[in-house]
Design a protein around this ligand. Structure first.
Ligand SMILES: C[S@@+](CC[C@H](N)C(=O)[O-])C[C@H]1O[C@@H](n2cnc3c(N)ncnc32)[C@H](O)[C@@H]1O
Length: 299
C-alpha cells in the first residue's frame, strides 16, 4: 500500500498540519501546507526503508561510492555516517572498512531500525547532526550524504562534526545541485509549479545546493576546505509508473507534498510530470548531480 493510499500525511512527520483532502468548498484544488523558510529535518522520512530505496535510494547508492572516494575512505579508518537513512552510504562504508569501523546515526526511528537490520554489527544510533550521539574524538571521517539541507542548524552540525573527529579528521558533505542538477526532483517541482505556481519547490527552500555554499559554511567555521567537486549519478526506471510510485510513497519534501494533495490535484501533477519527462512509454533513466565538499577540521 502506498502512502497516498494510506491516510495522506500519516507518514509525514511534519511540523505542519497535513490533512487528507485539500479541495476547497467548491471542490477545486487547494495548495496543501507548504514548508517555509529554512527546513528542519525529519518530515518525509518516517517511512519504511524500502520506500526510500525505490525513490531516492536508486540515486544515493551509486552516489555513496563517489562520496566515499571523494572523502578518501580507505582501510584503517573509523567513520561516521550522519543522517544515514536506511543505509545507502553505510553499506558502501561497511564494504570498505568492515562493520566495526562504521558508525551511523539518523533522527528517523524507522531508518535507524532499517540500517541496523541491514548492517548487523554497525553501531547505528538515533540522533541528529546537531546532537551527534557519539563520543568526542571517536572517528577519522564524518560523512553526511544528502543531509545538510535538512539540518536546522548547520553551524551547530559542523561544531558537532568537529567534536567527534580526531585531530586532523575530515568531513565530507554532499547535497543535490539545486540548479537543475537533480532531474527527478526538478521535473517534479516544475510539474507541481505548472499546476500551482505556489507549490513549495524545495530548491527555493533548501540550502547548500548552489556552487560554493557548503565550502563557505566550512570556511566560516575555520575548516580547511578542499576544492568542491560535482558527482553525477543516474537511475533507471522500468516505466513512468516505476517513477511515480516513488512519489506516492511520500518520501522527502516532494513525496510529502505529493501525498498531501487532493486526488484531483495529484492527478494533474502526474500528467504534467509525464509531459515534462517527454511522455516516456518504456524504460528511461534520469541523471542527478550532487555538490560535494571535503574539509579538514580546525585544531
Ligand atoms: C535524503 S535522506 C539521505 C539518507 C542517506 N544519507 C542517503 O544518502 O541515502 C536525508 C536523511 O537526513 C536525515 N535527517 C533529517 N534531518 C536531519 C538532521 N537534523 N540531522 C541528521 N539527519 C537528518 C533524514 O532522516 C534522512 O534519513
Amino acid at each position: 500500500m502506498s502512502a497516498a493510499q494510506r491516510s495522506p500525511g500519516a507518514s509525514w512527520d511534519s511540523p505542519l498540519e497535513a490533512s487528507g483532502d485539500h479541495r476547497g468548498e467548491d471542490g477545486g484544488m487547494q495548495t496543501p501546507p507548504s514548508p517555509q523558510g529554512p527546513v528542519d529535518g525529519g518530515w518525509g522520512f518516517q517511512i519504511p526503508g524500502s520506500d526510500y530505496d525505490s525513490f531516492m535510494g536508486r540515486y544515493s547508492r551509486p552516489l555513496a561510492t563517489l562520496v566515499a572516494d571523494a572523502a578518501d575512505v580507505n582501510a584503517g579508518l573509523t567513520v561516521l555516517d550522519v543522517g544515514c537513512g536506511p543505509g545507502a552510504l553505510t553499506g558502501e562504508l561497511v564494504k570498505r572498512l568492515g562493520v566495526r569501523s562504521v558508525m551511523a546515526c539518523d533522527p528517523s526511528a524507522p531508518f535507524v531500525q532499517e540500517c541496523s537490520a541491514r548492517y548487523p554489527g554497525v553501531d547505528v544510533r538515533p540522533g541528529s547532526a546537531e546532537d551527534i550521539p557519539f563520543d568526542d574524538a571517536s572517528v577519522d571521517v564524518v560523512l553526511a550524504q544528502l543531509v545538510l539541507h535538512f539540518v536546522g542548524d548547520p553551524q551547530r552540525a559542523l561544531a558537532q562534526f568537529r567534536r567527534v573527529l580526531r585531530p586532523q579528521g575530515r568531513a565530507a558533505v554532499c547535497v543535490w545541485d539545486a540548479a537543475g542538477g537533480m532531474q527527478m526532483l526538478r521535473a517534479f517541482w516544475d510539474a507541481a509549479l505548472a499546476v500551482d505556481p505556489a507549490a513549495p519547490d524545495e530548491s527555493r527552500h533548501l540550502r547548500f545546493g548552489q556552487a560554493g555554499e557548503i565550502d563557505d559554511l566550512f570556511a566560516a567555521g575555520g575548516w580547511a576546505v578542499l576544492p568542491e567537486s560535482t558527482l553525477t549519478v543516474s537511475a533507471a526506471y522500468d516505466d513512468f509508473d516505476d517513477l511515480w510510485s516513488g512519489f506516492l510513497a511520500g518520501v522527502g519534501p516532494a513525496g510529502a507534498y505529493c501525498v498531501g494533495l487532493s486526488e484531483q490535484h495529484r492527478a494533474a501533477v502526474r500528467s504534467q510530470l509525464f509531459r515534462e519527462l517527454g511522455s516516456p512509454t518504456g524504460d528511461f533513466s534520469l541523471d542527478a548531480v550532487a555538490r560535494c565538499a571535503v574539509a579538514v577540521a580546525p585544531d
